[in-house]
Design a protein around this ligand. Structure first.
Ligand code: GDP
Ligand code: IMO
Ligand code: MG
Length: 430
């Protein structure tokens, strides 16, 4: 086994990109296996910022970077991202980037549908990124999606598009939106195909070769387990399976390819978009976490909601995701707090519970039960060894380990690539 799967264990934006990039120094291949350009992964390398949405974070180190079939691909967004990287002197060539033939495509009509549906949801808005992710996954399951390989077969594309547009246009008309003509979509696809098709590759076959020759593979999750369409806070979730079991399906590699499963968790909790959030803070501490942690969405710029670390929620992620260990991020953001709270259980209608319920109204009524621990009130920002962390910070980490049932094997103390502590050499188990 020589793979590591990196997944978010809260509601996203935990710092997955930073850890993928950090581990990528040792990796041969980095693979995205679900989601799309709703993801926003930020890397900071010697003060320089890199923001990735659809491209796997391995491109920065020029590692082989795979977009697996589980990812929904917006061709124009992909091309824009490639141009942004070129401006930073990182050339993305077909030697580096390989996109699975069977990736479903996000078309302009998916984007309009996503945004129009949100408008009519009124008070029940999901707060999607508005990028067409949900409607594209719907079409995939309904067997209507256009896939990347369809761009190479004009005949297939024509009848597939007829079927898709009949459906989209009926929906768009009912939502009072402008309908799309087949010609305009065909013209668009023709224009992008020339630039995107050179990246198309037989990904499952390539992956079989990498696995056989024992290459070190990193699977880069997007979103997070609490946004998983089955195991998250449904319907306030994304439309893909974000759990590590998706790695095999989303890259064509079978169920055992994921290797060591590393969950990424912030030392507190954030959420962007709507939906239940039991430990959300509406006070000065919440504001402080947002400001100190610079909690603004990478994709939409929306302020992220902030709250205390929820050990029940992360334990749920450990269980449904089969996590082997955690990377604890943004410890430095807690530096100046006198006291820190951890949610260790909930009260639901007066009764104590220690699991995350699936019913939506129950999720909204949860009252967190907190344990209060002393803060360290000193700087951990930039610390690179566990021994140099204040005792109170180490106690906090230990408490998280006990409550979640897994070891914290990585600790992060700033956005910078190198400000990362390997506190247990989990790579020896890979
Ligand atoms: P992702 O979607 O999980 O990759 O996370 P994002 O990149 O959307 O959000 C994480 C943010 O926190 C980014 O701006 C990172 O640069 C930043 N970050 C990551 N680790 C740390 C850390 O340990 N400390 C601080 N202060 N910022 C961090
Ligand atoms: P990364 O990979 C945080 C949220 C949206 C919305 C819900 C559904 O950067 O952690 P969608 O557009 O997917 O249909 O929106 O999911 N969401 C994310 N939140 N981080 C992300 O990605 C997210 N991707 C989607 O805000 O609540
Ligand atoms: Mg993000």
């Amino acid at each position: 086994m020589s793979s590591v799967t990196i997944v978010g264990s809260q509601w996203g934006d935990e710092g997955k990109g930073k850890i993928v990039d950090w581990l990528a120094s040792q990796a041969d291949v980095v693979v995205r296996f679900q989601g799309g350009h709703n993801a926003g992964h930020t890397l900071v390398i010697n003060g320089q910022n890199y923001k990735l949405s659809l491209l796997p974070s391995g491109v920065v180190r020029k590692k082989i970077s795979i977009i697996g079939n589980g990812v929904v691909v917006d061709p124009q967004a992909l091309l824009n991202e490639i141009v942004r990287f070129k401006e930073k002197n990182i050339e993305i060539t077909p030697d580096i980037l390989k996109i699975a033939e069977n990736c479903p495509l996000i078309l302009p009509s998916h984007v309009v549908l996503d945004q129009a549906r949100e408008k009519v949801r009124g008070n029940h808005k999901i707060g999607t990124t508005g990028r067409g992710i949900g409607p594209t996954y719907e079409d995939k399951v309904a067997r209507r999606a256009i896939r990347l390989c369809d761009l190479t077969e004009p005949e297939t594309l024509t009848w597939r598009l007829d079927e898709l547009l009949a459906h989209h246009n009926a929906l768009l008309a009912s939502l009072g939106e402008k309908i799309f003509t087949k010609d305009e979509i065909l013209e668009y696809l023709k224009r992008v195909a020339v630039k995107v098709l050179p990246f198309m590759a037989p990904v499952s076959e390539l992956m079989a070769g990498y696995l056989k020759s024992n290459k070190f593979i990193l699977f880069e999750g997007a979103q997070a387990i609490m946004l998983d369409v089955d195991h998250g806070t449904y319907p306030f979730v994304t439309s893909s399976n974000t759990v590590p079991s998706q790695t095999g399906i989303g890259s064509g590699t079978g169920p055992k390819s994921g290797g060591y499963i590393l969950g990424i968790a912030k030392a507190y909790t954030t959420r962007v978009g709507a939906g239940p959030f039991p430990t959300e803070l509406f006070d000065e501490t919440g504001k402080h976490l947002g400001e100190k942690g610079y909690e603004f969405g990478t994709v939409t710029g929306r302020p992220r909601r902030c709250g205390w670390f929820d050990a029940v929620l992360v334990r749920h992620a450990v269980q449904v995701g089969g996590l082997n260990g955690l990377a604890l991020m943004k410890l430095d953001v807690l530096d100046s707090l006198k006291e820190i709270k951890i949610c260790v259980g909930y009260k639901l209608d007066g009764k104590k519970i220690e699991h995350f319920p699936y019913t939506l109204e129950a999720q909204k009524r949860l009252e967190p039960i907190y344990e209060t621990i002393p803060g360290w009130n000193e700087k951990t920002y930039g610390i690179r060894s566990k021994e140099n962390l204040p005792i109170a910070a180490r106690n906090y980490i230990e408490r998280i380990e006990t409550l979640t049932g897994v070891k914290v094997v990585v600790i992060s103390t700033s956005p910078e690539r190198e400000d990362t502590i390997l506190s247990e050499n989990f790579l020896a188990k890979c």
